[in-house]
Write a protein that binds this ligand. Structure first.
Ligand code: HEC
Length: 145
């Protein structure tokens, strides 16, 4: 129960940062707000709810929470381009799930969604996989041509 609660708090913090940025507050204060549940079937809905706050609605890394981050979120529309034209689906899954340690930047600013999706689904691995796969597909669709 304990771990589950702290996971929700992490996600709540992310949402709160977005709200602050929108309110144009100068003081960076973290408020805890409840998380919006989303459909695991819609990559777009999940992206808008959980990722756009940092990575931007268009994926280019200019979300409203950017000012509160130590490391700027990478442009997600150039993942294929940076990988020799091939969209790196496996890496993206691993990053979302938190299996890929982004050690190069040493940042903890990118939340570990695998655990959160796990809590959200009540521990159903199939649903976690569906969430990650649909998010992955959505991000792939954002790749610049
Ligand atoms: C709190 C802000 C924040 C949120 C919310 C967030 N990210 Fe990130 N993300 C980051 C940061 C910062 C990095 C870069 C971390 C680093 O390099 O150390 C990153 C890195 C990534 C990367 C690696 C990109 C690369 O160049 O290898 C992917 C993929 C990614 N995020 C996907 C997502 C997805 C999908 C979501 C929503 C489920 C999400 N992010 C939500 C901040 C965020």
């Amino acid at each position: 129960m304990r771990t589950r609660r702290s996971l929700w708090i992490v996600l709540a913090v992310v949402i709160a940062m977005a709200m602050m940025a929108r309110a144009q507050e100068t003081k960076k204060e973290i408020k805890h707000v409840p998380v919006k549940p989303t459909s695991s079937a819609s990559g777009q809905e999940m992206y808008k709810s959980y990722c756009a706050v940092c990575h931007g609605a268009d994926g280019k890394g200019n979300g409203p929470a950017v000012d509160a981050l130590k490391v700027p979120p990478p442009d997600l529309t150039t993942l294929a381009e940076k990988n020799g034209g091939k969209y790196p689906a496996l890496t993206v899954s691993a990053v979302i799930r938190g299996e890929e340690v982004l050690a190069a930047h040493g940042s903890k600013d990118m939340p570990i969604w695998g655990n959160l999706f796990w809590s959200m689904s009540g521990g159903h691995e199939a649903e976690v996989q569906q969430r990650v796969a649909n998010l992955n597909k959505y991000i792939e669709s954002l790749q610049k041509k």
